[in-house]
Design a protein around this ligand. Structure first.
Ligand code: 7PJ
Length: 371
C-alpha cells in the first residue's frame, strides 16, 4: 500500500481554537448519527443522516491544513469567541437544508446510479456489454434491482484507453439512451464532449454528467445551460492519460472544495441555477491514495456548497492499493464499504457497477442505524 500522507493535522478541541484567525475556515460535519429529534444532532442536507460535531479546518502557510473537532454542544461557546456568528449560521443552514428534487428524485434519500459503459475497452467491465441490446438489458435489470439513474458512457477515461471520435461516442450511446428514456428511466450521459451532450439530450437523457466540470469542451457550458437539464460537475486534476503521474495539492479536500464552488459560480453566471447542480469530488481522477482517503473521510464537507453530492468509488484503483490482490472485478467489498461510508456522510447519489449489492448494503445500513 502507498504511504498515507496526512495533509490535515488535527489539534485537540478548544473553544478558543482559531479564535484570532481571520482567514477562511472550512467546516466538515462529523460524528455521524441518525438524526432522531436529538437536539445535539443536526440533519445532513435534510436527510435522516445527522452530525454531532464539526471539524473546523484552516489552511497552513506553505501547504497542508490544521483542524480541530468541536462537538455541536461546544459550538456556541466557540462561535462567541471567534465572532463568526453570521458565518456559522449560514454554514449550518446550508449543511442542514433539504435540497430540492434533482432530476425528479427526492434528495432526502440516497440513490444508486448504475454504470453502463458502452465501450469495448473500459477497465472494469469493458467488453462484456458492448452492444446496444446488452447495454439496455443490463440497465433494465439495474432499474429492477433498485437503481434510480442509469449513467451511460461511450468513452473510457482510463489512463491509456484508446481515444474515440465524437461521432463514434454518439453512435455508441444514443441508441441505448433512446431506448431507456423511452421506457421512462432517468438517464445521465457521462461525457466531456458538447456534441455528445447535445445528441444524448435529443435522445432523452435527463442529466449531463461531465468529469471535466463543464471545462473540457468550450461549448459544454453553453450547451448545458441551453438544455435546461441538471448537471453533475466532477473534479479532475489534469487529463485522463496523465492525471495519475504526480498529482499535487496544497490540501486536496480544501482545494477541491474551492474548485467545485468556483465551478458552481461559473454555472450560475452562465444561467445554470444551483438547484440544477450536483457536485462530485472525482475519486481517482488525478489523486493519490492519500488524496482519495482524505476526501472519503471528509465527504460531508461538500454539503457546505448547498448542492447534492455524487460519489463514484466503484471498483476504483484506490481499493486495489489498499488490497493489492484485488483486480477490478474483485473489489466488491471495498466498493460497498466506500458506498456505505458515502451514505453515512449523507451523499445523495452513489455511482456503481454492482447495483443489487449496493442497494442491499444501504438498506441494511439504514435499517440498523438508530431508529
Ligand atoms: C466517475 C464518472 C465518477 C462521475 C467515471 C470509472 C471511471 N462520473 N465517470 N464520477 N467515474 N460523476 O467508473 O472508474 O467518479 S468513469
Amino acid at each position: 500500500m502507498d504511504e498515507i500522507k496526512r495533509s490535515v493535522l488535527r489539534s485537540p478541541a478548544d473553544v478558543r481554537g482559531f479564535a484570532d484567525f481571520e482567514g477562511p475556515l472550512y467546516y466538515a460535519p462529523t460524528g455521524f448519527i441518525d438524526h432522531a429529534d436529538d437536539p445535539n444532532t443536526l440533519p445532513l442536507a435534510g436527510s435522516r443522516r445527522g452530525f454531532s460535531a464539526l471539524e473546523i479546518i484552516r489552511r497552513r502557510e506553505g501547504g497542508g491544513a490544521e483542524s480541530m473537532i468541536l462537538p455541536l454542544l461546544a459550538l456556541e461557546g466557540w462561535v462567541q469567541n471567534s465572532g463568526r456568528v453570521d458565518e456559522i449560521n449560514a454554514v449550518l443552514d446550508r449543511l442542514m437544508a433539504k435540497r430540492p428534487d434533482y432530476a425528479g428524485l427526492d434528495m432526502a434519500s440516497c440513490h444508486v446510479m448504475g454504470i453502463i459503459n458502452v465501450t469495448p475497452d473500459s477497465f472494469s467491465d469493458g467488453g462484456d456489454y458492448n452492444t446496444t441490446e446488452q447495454s439496455v438489458a443490463r440497465a433494465t435489470a439495474m432499474i429492477e434491482q433498485g437503481a434510480s439513474i442509469i449513467d451511460v458512457g461511450g468513452e473510457s477515461t482510463r489512463p491509456g484507453a484508446d481515444t474515440v471520435s465524437e461521432d463514434e461516442e454518439i453512435n455508441r450511446v444514443v441508441p441505448v439512451i433512446r431506448e431507456l428514456a423511452s421506457k421512462g428511466h432517468v438517464v445521465s450521459i457521462d461525457t466531456r464532449h458538447a456534441g455528445v451532450m447535445e445528441a444524448a439530450i435529443e435522445a432523452g437523457a435527463a442529466i449531463i454528467n461531465d468529469v471535466t466540470g463543464l471545462e473540457g469542451d468550450e461549448r459544454s457550458m453553453e450547451v448545458a445551460a441551453a438544455s435546461g437539464k441538471p448537471v453533475m460537475l466532477m473534479h479532475m486534476q489534469g487529463e485522463p492519460g496523465t492525471m495519475q503521474a504526480d498529482p499535487k495539492y496544497d490540501c486536496a479536500v480544501l482545494d477541491i472544495y474551492d474548485y467545485l464552488l468556483d465551478r458552481i459560480e461559473s454555472c450560475e453566471r452562465a444561467g445554470i441555477s444551483r438547484d440544477r447542480i450536483c457536485i462530485d469530488p472525482g475519486i481517482g481522477f488525478g489523486k493519490t491514495l492519500s488524496h482519495n482517503l482524505e476526501l472519503l473521510s471528509r465527504l460531508a464537507i461538500f454539503h457546505g456548497v448547498g448542492c447534492p453530492i455524487l460519489l463514484g468509488t466503484s471498483r476504483k484503483s484506490f481499493i486495489g492499493k489498499i488490497d493489492p490482490k484485488a483486480d477490478p472485478k474483485q473489489r466488491l467489498g471495498g466498493s460497498i464499504a466506500s458506498a456505505v461510508n458515502g451514505w453515512r456522510h449523507g451523499v445523495q447519489m452513489i455511482r456503481v457497477h454492482d447495483v443489487p449489492e449496493t442497494v442491499q448494503a444501504i438498506s441494511v445500513a439504514s435499517s440498523t442505524s438508530i431508529v
